[in-house]
Design a binder for this molecule. Sequence first.
Ligand code: FAD
Length: 396
Amino acid sequence: STIPKIVILGAGYGGILTAQRLQKELNYNEADVTLVNRHDYHYFTTHLHMPAAGTDSIEHTRVQISKLIDEFKIDLVKSNVQEIRLADKKVVLQDGTLSYDYLIIALGGEPESFGIPGLAEYAMTIRSINSVRLIRQHIEYQFALYKTDESRKDRLNFVVGGAGFSGIEFVAELADRIPQLCKDYDVDPNLVNIYNVEAAPTALPGFDPALVEYAMNVLRKKNVQFKIGVAIKECTPDGVLLATGEEIKSATVVWTGGIRGNRLIEAAGFETARGRVKIDDYLHAPAHDNVFIIGDNSLMFNAEGRPYPPTAQIAMQQGVVCAQNVVASIRGKELKKFIFSNKGTVASLGKGEAVASAFGKTYTGWVAAQLKKVVDIRYLFTIGGIPLVLKKGRFL
Ligand code: FAD
């Protein structure tokens, strides 16, 4: 047929928003849209630190994609993307091939280990439903194992590499979970150590220094031990070696210290910086007006020439404009420039605590924690309306 084929790779923040907007804006039979994702559910990456620590359920963190899109309008393909063949305009899946006229790459990022020996082998990452389920069960298992051999106190040491957004949010949830675990497993809380190791000179880089200070104080009160400005030199089956020469013995290392673009993208032949592709104002991949790259795999610069950090917020906004630009391309209309509108940032610090900067102001404590809930609930509303808010929202 002559109907253009649109293929969207990835049903994360960017991919879902693109799919929903396309289904809204396209006329009947104007295009064939296919959405490819490795799972049949969409997960809230920004919420993964909670099921990772065990402070919230997996089911609050994902939703079936079929509940978010109209399957009469969009073909949902549950498969793994294995290769993007730009020259042939084809995508190779684990179980077939798709051809496209327009391609949207929204595959999300991958953990970056910066070549630190042992990290890829021995550290766990907060990345998907499967990866956080492992972290949660692994932590509980260490408590159970400790009770079979109380000489192994290192089983009660937990190391989190990276004190950026996800590292801080996870460490806070873990600190909240420890008292309950100690109770359940009959363990003295004084034996538990949580270390947060960060190579950069500050935690939460990019945040207002007063907020960083506030956040660290909240977490110190929850018994988090910070090692800031200290690099992890190596990760081993027994723990981590630090640049200071110190060793922390631990059976649990969670790495949140870096993110890079999906490796499929450099394999496709794009020039990348840490796996991310510099896109133009219309979200096009270089030299390919029929290929759009959004979310964690794209690289865009602000007016000062600094790259925007990869966030759900920018991925969603890009998804909306991407859909408009694909439709405009099909109709031969003028494309729209993407302009990021920063709605602010909230980092949760566990139950009832957070730091936020929004509307040119900073917020801490209960108010910031409420802002976090508003952000979460607004997202659920955006993609699934009131029913999804009622089903997955957390109000308490
Ligand atoms: P993702 O949302 O990662 O989606 C990618 C999708 O592609 C996934 O569904 C994945 O399964 C699928 N996929 C990947 N590879 C393949 C393949 N080969 N084949 C098929 N499917 C594949 N950002 C904020 O703005 N605010 C926050 O508060 C915030 N908190 C965060 C907290 C944590 C713990 C973490 C880890 C991240 C946080 N972020 C936050 C960052 C945010 O989650 C990401 O920037 C965002 O998810 C990027 O969206 P995306 O669409 O590019 O990719």
